[in-house]
Design a protein around this ligand. Structure first.
Ligand SMILES: [Zn+2]
Length: 334
């Protein structure tokens, strides 16, 4: 079993007082025994499989006027942000190619700026280019026909959903806190794409048990009906119970269990081919522990014993919500 990772910390992409900053990765220590791969920037034509030519030109132009705020989230750019965003997308592409070619069994692209809010026509929500969508398009151009994207960031990945709204080759499943930014991701949002675009808005404080129930009730049947050849994961660690921006209830043990569930699912359906990509997560300790949890899952190991951060909050019962989602999608409720 060979796991690799890419690391794009983008130190020049930084804005005063902004939660999406290089310090998010400040407690991450690259594991010595896992190979770190060299990243080349994404080429404009690779980004252009997801984003319009005008959008790419607009981002480049904004960086020349930087520092600047380009979206109300606020999303910022600095003089290096265009290159940083190409490098982040490049990390996603590099990891995906290595796994598709069988040169690695699985991979983790630890990158910023994140990507899942970026829509085909606009940067949005701290995101410039949609790294996971660009990676999915790379897999499609290499000949794959069915790719599953699972997004467990605390926010709905509106940009990823938009990129594949009409594309039957890519299934998109998002778990996110209901009612928060960006406001999309409702259960019945994509009636034209049942059993392909699957949204799980979850109540505040949904934690380890609720997420695992959701995985069994909704992610498993999606994989069984869609039969992916590759799983891409938008891994956001802002679903941690003490994230400063959101109010979900996962612990690092929960991120580990959920990540292991997805790794095992890839083992069942796609020869183990799975690539994780970093999205949000705004407390450096949570990000470092979350990354350790993903590495442990990818390597088939246990979560390191020193990672102990159980949620102090009782979890809401998500039975009704999961039943409602299953009913809408046409799966048997569990
Ligand atoms: Zn997020």
């Amino acid at each position: 079993m060979k796991t690799v990772f890419a690391f794009v910390p983008a130190p020049g992409h930084v804005y005063p007082q902004h939660p999406e900053n290089p310090n998010r990765l400040g407690l991450f220590k690259p594991p010595g025994h896992i190979e770190q791969v060299r990243v080349v920037p994404a080429r404009p034509e690779e980004v252009g499989r997801v984003h319009t030519p005008q959008m790419i030109l607009d981002v480049e132009a904004a960086c020349k006027q930087a520092p600047a705020i380009i979206d109300f989230a606020p999303t910022f750019v600095t003089p290096t942000s265009f290159e940083d965003a190409l490098l982040a997308a490049g990390a996603a592409l590099t990891c995906t190619r290595l796994v598709l070619r069988g040169e690695a069994d699985n991979a983790f692209a630890i990158l910023r700026p994140p990507g899942h809010h970026a829509e085909p026509r606009r940067a949005m929500g701290f995101c410039i280019f949609n790294n996971v969508a660009i990676a999915a398009h790379e897999a499609l151009s290499s000949g794959l026909e069915r790719i599953l994207i699972v997004d467990y960031d605390a926010h709905h990945g509106n940009g990823t959903q938009a990129a594949f709204w009409e594309d039957a080759r890519v299934a998109y499943l998002s778990t996110h806190q209901e009612g928060i930014y960006p406001g999309s991701g409702w259960i019945a949002e994509a009636p034209h794409a049942r059993q392909r675009i699957v949204n799980l808005p979850l109540p505040a404080l949904t934690g380890d048990q609720g997420y695992l129930r959701a995985a069994e009730a909704v992610i498993r049947p999606l994989a069984e009906t869609f039969r992916p050849q590759l799983i891409l994961v938008s891994a956001g660690f802002d679903a941690h119970w003490n994230d400063p921006l959101t109010r979900l209830g996962l612990s690092s043990a929960g991120f580990f269990a959920l990540s292991k569930f997805l790794v095992d699912l890839a083992g069942e359906h796609c020869n183990g081919k799975i690539v994780f990509l970093l999205e949000g997560g705004y407390l450096p300790e949570n990000v470092a522990n979350g990354i350790a949890a993903v590495f442990a899952a990818l390597e088939g190991k246990a979560l390191p014993a020193d990672v102990q951060d159980a949620s102090p909050y009782p979890e809401p019962d998500v039975s009704q919500r999961l039943a409602e989602i299953c009913r809408w999608q046409g799966w048997q409720a569990v």
